[in-house]
Design a protein around this ligand. Structure first.
Ligand code: ATP
Ligand code: MG
Length: 883
């Protein structure tokens, strides 16, 4: 079976068991403060397990793009060195939300693996949770019995501990025992010597876990206790690449058709062969480098296609680091000194065009982003190697802080530094490096630190309703709240059964406002932000001591959004839609949203485009948008329509956004702007009143950013500009064209400046001639010591040099002047005096003492400045006695 057939067979199998097949969520996690990237199939269904939402079906299956490079699951450092851990991999999964449980889940997994995929039954081992007394969770007898019946015996069942066989969503939340399925892929000869059972969970590359079945039956509270869940769920995850290895009879994930074509292209590009020293030789650096590249290419390309650009912070930095790791291995072990990853993007896009089409449709963009990153990192690598070459470590040991600097600033992993060091016969201070690294980790952990208490449940809510499309004020019921300690201080998170507050999403900022609680008297809770956490709308308040108020029964609660602010936000959001439509007309249909942000002051919009947007283009876009504002087009929303229909209407989906099967479409003129959007908008475009760009620039390779203002802000902006021109007009009273008047002034100024320079030069020549008549001779040395008037310091220097030209050696010149109230001195000596040991720098320093200053310079010429002009004559008098 090819990998495509294997994936399809999985989906078909679960479809036949009544499962709804859904698309993979994007790699980049949205609305989940605990996750940067989706790292398992269940991530997109979290809300269903937490009870914050209802799944579209009680049985779901899919393949999910996962990335395990940060947080709880981080496999990055293993990738390339082993043959079965990836950064990005596909996780095939099936779920039961309060429907079937252990029996069906385990029987179906057996049926699929052995019946459809025909994996050998005697090579499969399964594990069951053995229980944990300390935690009060029992041995999973149920799973044991089911497996015993399926396998017809107990020989291939293994008992597992809490680490391997008990799954928890986080510190708090749903959890339960799991049952893993492992497969032994070794040769029969090896199996005969040592049974597979002894190698399960022992990091053997050919006895690997392929599938994990999690049974959620408990919930962990903040105090550590467990309660049994009323509805039990199944969550399974099978590593697609490992499954393909098993079915295709390979010994390594990289030998399957998923990776082979990329590896073959890499072989051609570098002229080296993969696997020469044997598939399982995991210390052959040619092979390691090829595995790293083939793997990281996928992670980086799909992350960029899903909207995560490489950058300096957070998720963007994680992607940058993965890309750099690949470039570095290519550079060090395959001899790639020029960009190469970008050339592989099209290979990958082609391979996945039917599974994850988002890459193919953005092939050019992704290629470009990767290329720019490569170019800049290859430059950094070169600089880093120069920095390394410049080191002369004491005792041949490179300081830990320098090793850290190389990794932090130049992206050199420790092993690269160690390798370079070895070549030079140096050692590296690993302990020192670990210490520097730990310190940095500590710093970033403290930055992220956030502590939450359990939710305090106040009342049972019915289905949540967002009212903010139609109203900004509504009565509501308090459902629950919790306190969260953040770096900024303590916050209350408040959840209502319904709310007009829009929670930050899709670029639009969250609403602010107040909750008005009446309990005898009226009390007001200030809401400073509204955020979405999974599907919960969280009203954030920084007011102090709210517990008593929140817990006490009250007669009414009114949620009231700051309407003025919200209206400005809506103006900016609607204007963004009009702007995108206008951009597509003016710049082309390749314009794709890469980021967007709207608050009450500004709209900021990032989009793919490869050139600067010219002033004329910006003016054209502005004109179209303002035209549409004047047309006063009414908002039309289509709620809950099937996604296919929305696409047919011309709506464009943004890559990396997760859409359900049913979507909301926001339309301003069906022939102009149709967008998939959950945001709030003005009822008709006329409310925007005015639209004005304020900036255009580049964010990163292939991505431009514009900022614009609307309504009040745009009006203020134009008024400010008008005020400036009006002031100018007043200053140029009587002149019709102010611009011409200013141009005239500038031209006149330039001409005057030229004339002044000429006059100054003339004057300087006169001064020089006069000075030459003051030369005196003592002991055969011509000396000229005088106070002069010059326009600036350059003129003083130039005067001294001109005098030098016209003086007979040996000579000694000292000039003093006052510039802007500050004394200045210059000393010049002929070369023969210098040869006798005289030094202009020392002389000027001595003289400068009289003017409370200092200076220095070369032996033949030096200058000094001071702070006391009244001492200048004394300085010149002193000069007479020195040479
Ligand atoms: P392992 O112990 O091998 O790292 P895991 O316990 O981390 O696996 P789970 O979190 O249970 O794995 O994920 C479910 C399945 O996903 C695993 O059975 C495995 O087949 C696959 N998987 C996990 N991590 C990776 C990875 N980094 N690359 C490829 N497949 C993986
Ligand atoms: Mg793991």
């Amino acid at each position: 079976m090819t990998s495509h057939e294997i994936r399809q067979a999985f989906l078909d199998f679960f479809k036949s068991k009544g499962h709804l097949i859904v698309p993979s969520a994007p790699l980049v996690a949205k609305n989940d403060p605990t996750l940067m990237f989706n790292n398992s199939g269940m991530a997109q269904f979290k809300d269903f397990f937490l009870g914050n939402g209802t799944p579209p079906s009680k049985r779901i299956a899919d393949t999910q793009k996962c990335l395990r490079v940060s947080g709880k699951h981080n496999d990055l450092e293993d990738v390339g060195f082993d043959t079965y851990h990836h950064t990005m991999f596909e996780m095939l999964g099936n779920w039961s939300f309060g429907d079937y449980f252990k029996k069906e889940a385990l029987e179906w997994s057996w049926e699929l693996l052995t019946g459809i995929y025909k994996l050998p039954k005697d090579r499969i081992y399964v594990s069951v949770f053995k229980g944990d007394e300390k935690d009060g969770v029992p041995f999973d007898q149920e799973a044991w019995d089911i497996w015993k019946a399926i396998l017809g015996g107990e020989e291939r069942i293994i008992l597992g501990n809490k680490k391997d066989n008990f799954w928890e969503m986080g510190d708090v939340g749903p959890c339960g025992p799991c049952s893993e399925i492992h497969i032994d892929l070794r040769d029969q000869a090896e199996v005969d010597v040592k049974p597979g059972k002894e190698l399960v969970n022992a990091d053997h590359p050919q006895v690997v876990e392929i599938w994990n079945n999690v049974f959620m039956q408990f919930e962990r509270k903040a105090d550590g206790s467990l309660i049994t869940l009323p509805a039990k769920h199944v969550d399974t995850g099978m590593g697609f690449e490992r499954l393909c290895m098993a079915i295709q009879g390979k010994q390594s994930n990289y030998d399957t058709d998923i990776f082979q074509n990329t590896i073959q292209v890499i072989e051609k590009m570098c002229g080296k062969k993969y696997g020469v020293s044997g598939t399982l030789n995991t210390s052959d650096y040619t092979d390691i480098a090829m595995r790293v590249i083939a793997d990281h290419l996928r992670a980086v390309s799909f992350a960029i296609a899903d909207g995560q650009l490489p950058s300096n912070a957070k998720a963007g930095y994680v992607i940058r680091r993965i890309l750099r790791r690949a470039i570095r291995y290519g550079y060090s072990y395959l001899g790639f000194t020029e960009p190469f990853m970008s050339q592989l993007v099209p290979v990958l896009a082609e391979q996945f065009k039917n599974v994850f089409p988002e890459l193919k449709s953005q092939e050019e963009f992704v290629t470009r982003v990767v290329l720019e990153e490569e170019k800049s990192f290859l430059r950094t690598l070169e600089l880093g190697i120069k920095r390394f070459e410049s080191l002369s470590p004491t005792g041949g040991v490179i300081d830990g802080n320098i090793v850290f600097e190389l990794s932090d600033t130049y992206g050199f992993p420790v092993d690269l530094t160690a390798l370079l060091a070895k070549e030079k016969g140096y050692k590296i201070d690993e302990a020192g490096y670990e210490k520097a690294l730990a310190e940095q980790k500590n710093r970033s952990r403290q930055d992220a630190a956030k502590e939450a208490t359990d939710w305090v449940e106040i009342s049972e809510g019915s289905d949540f309703e967002f009212l903010g499309y139609d109203t900004l004020e509504a009565t509501a019921q308090l459902i629950k709240y919790r306190k969260v300690k953040t770096k900024a201080g303590e916050e209350y998170h408040i959840v209502l059964d319904r709310t007009p507050f829009y929670a930050e999403m899709g670029g639009q900022v969250g609403d602010t406002g107040e909750l008005r609680i009446t309990n005898g008297e009226l009390r007001i809770i200030n809401i400073v932000d509204t955020k979405k956490e999974n599907d919960l709308f969280i009203h954030v308040s920084r007011d102090k001591n709210l517990d008593e108020l929140l817990i006490a029964p009250h007669s009414s609660l009114i949620a009231k959004v700051d309407a003025h602010r919200r209206q400005n936000i809506m103006r900016n959001h609607t204007a963004t839609h009009l702007m995108l439509a206008a951009m597509r007309r003016v710049l082309g249909t390749h314009i794709v949203q890469k980021g967007s942000y709207q608050n009450d002051e500004v709209t900021r919009f990032d989009f793919s485009h490869f050139a600067k947007v010219t002033d004329e283009e910006l003016a054209q876009i502005e004109a179209i948008v303002n035209g549409k504002i004047r047309e006063n087009i009414a908002l039309k929303t289509h709620v809950n329509i099937p996604i296919d229909e929305a696409i047919k209407m011309g709506a464009t989906a943004t890559f990396g956004e997760k859409y359900g099967d049913f979507v909301r479409v926001v339309e301003f003129d069906p022939n102009f702007s149709v967008e998939l959007c959950g945001g709030t908008h003005v009822p008709a475009t006329g409310e925007i009143s005015l639209f004005k760009f304020i900036s255009e620039g580049s964010v990163s390779a292939g991505v431009r950013r514009v900022e614009a203002v609307t309504g009040e802000k745009a009006f203020e902006l134009l008024n400010d500009e008008l005020r400036i021109t009006n002031t100018l007009r007043d200053m140029f009273k009587g002149q019709k064209d102010v611009v011409k008047a200013v141009e005239g002034l500038l031209a006149e100024k330039a001409a005057l400046q030229k004339r002044i320079e000429a006059l100054e030069n003339e004057k300087l020549a006169q001064v020089k001639d006069a000075l030459l008549t003051q030369v005196t001779h003592t002991n055969g040395v011509a000396s000229l010591i005088a106070r002069v008037e010059v326009p600036n310091a350059d003129a003083l220097k130039s005067l001294v040099y001109q005098l030098k030209e016209q003086s007979q050696a040996p000579f000694y010149i000292v000039l003093g002047t006052v510039l802007g109230g500050k004394p200045q001195l210059a000393v010049m000596l002929s070369d023969d005096l210098v040869a006798q040991g005289k030094h202009a720098g020392n002389i000027v320093k001595e003289l400068a003492k009289e003017v409370k200053g200092g200076g220095g310079g070369q032996p033949f010429f030096a200058t000094a400045g001071g702070s006391d002009a009244s001492g200048l004559d004394a300085a010149l008098a002193k000069a007479k006695g020195i040479v």
